[in-house]
Design a protein around this ligand. Structure first.
Ligand code: ZN
Ligand code: ZN
Ligand code: ZN
Length: 371
């Protein structure tokens, strides 16, 4: 990913990260793979064996340790960070150790390869290590106006694909789940995504497996088909789930879907600033429990979304984090009857001072298709 924002924005984000480090008693933060680093300076590290690491002292300038051959990929911003290229025969972890100076408490990016952390532990056995989420959650979980605009645009593109699905533009009967998945993926790209992150297509009893991998199962007339898809557009993710039914809907599925629809809408409405993340989960679960499907709702209600498909905050029992303006997350309750069928309904929501703002507007009904 190339940097898309001004160096001023990145400098500002780094300043906020440093303030948060100070508040949390973190002396330095080291980031590598994952999205904390591009959030702060625009560059997404290559997931390879050579170390790329952004070292951010709480009170000192940030340095990007990078393999010399990958240096040209980086958009340099002298007011944001200094490049520290390393040669093939150098030990980049030793360079990191030097740059860390006297830091005692070090925040480490979740997705940094453990091999580099293990090597660093040899250099600094007595340092205290914490996860970078301690510092970064406050920044990344609350989206600014530009980030919300990107999420809305990605969501609108996913909605257009959902509309094509509902219109019957994507034939189902006689095709494999994998074929339909490839079709949905191509449409996500055609609608403006640069990358498809997943396109789950699960027919009939396969829909009872929430993270089913689209396979060679042929879709039949008379089945429910669960489609959960999303991708990345201009650095931000979409994620939507809609179910369609091929032919008339049997009573048991219609009854369950009515409950799911109610639960999901209630979950969206529950996203009120000051309420808790776990309350969103409690609200959808109560409706599904009360209708007698509680044992079939086997996952949390939602996850935060932004540069990553799944990130903080999570809408799950035990997460007492208060919902704050700029929190962006999914509301996606499901009902899964093993061996029979499954259903899920998912929208992305952004919390605002004026109440929850839905990112997705595609038809929420169980649309009936005939082919
Ligand atoms: Zn999922
Ligand atoms: Zn999701
Ligand atoms: Zn999803």
């Amino acid at each position: 990913m190339n940097s898309m924002l001004s160096s001023h924005t990145y400098a500002e984000r780094l300043a906020r990260a440093r303030a948060e480090m100070k508040r949390c008693g973190v002396d330095a933060m080291i980031l590598s793979l994952g999205h904390d680093m591009p959030y702060l300076m625009g560059y997404l590290a290559m997931p390879l064996e050579r170390l790329t690491m952004l070292v951010i002292p709480q009170d000192g300038e940030a340095s990007l340790i990078i393999p010399r051959l990958e240096g040209p990929r980086v958009h340099q911003m002298n007011d944001v960070f200094t490049m520290v290229p390393w040669n093939e025969t150098e030990d980049p972890v030793a360079i990191a150790h030097t740059l860390l100076g006297s830091a005692q408490t070090i925040a480490v990016g979740d997705q940094m390869w453990s091999r580099f952390l293990v090597d660093l532990l040899v250099h600094r056995p007595n340092a205290k290590y914490v996860r970078s989420v301690t510092v970064m959650e406050a920044l990344r979980s609350r989206k600014d106006a530009a980030e919300i605009a990107a999420l809305v645009a990605a969501g609108a593109a996913a909605d257009r694909v959902a509309a094509q699905l509902h219109a019957g533009d994507i034939p189902m009967v006689g095709r494999t789940e994998a074929e339909v998945s490839a079709d949905i993926s191509a449409r996500l790209i055609a609608e403006g995504h640069q990358k498809v992150n997943f396109a789950i297509v699960a027919a009939g009893e396969n829909a009872a497996s929430p993270h089913h991998h689209a396979g060679d199962r042929v879709i039949q007339y008379g089945e429910i088909v669960l489609c959960d898809f999303g991708g990345t557009m201009n650095g931000y993710c979409s994620d939507i789930t809609r179910c369609v039914h091929i032919g008339d809907v049997p009573q048991d599925i219609a009854d369950a879907y009515a409950v799911l629809l109610r639960a999901q809408a209630a979950g969206v409405s529950a996203g009120v600033v000051g309420s808790s993340c776990e309350n969103v989960d409690a609200v959808t679960r109560a409706i599904i429990d009360e209708a007698g499907y509680g044992e079939y709702f086997v996952h949390r209600t939602g996850h935060g979304i932004g540069m990553e498909e799944h990130e903080d905050p999570y809408m799950v029992s035990g997460n007492t984090t208060p919902i704050a303006p700029g929190h962006a997350y999914s509301v996606e309750p499901g009902i899964y009857v093993p061996g029979k069928w499954g259903m899920r309904l998912e929208d992305i929501v952004v919390a605002t001072e004026n109440g929850p703002m839905a990112v997705n507007h595609a038809n929420h009904q169980l649309v009936v298709l005939n082919r």
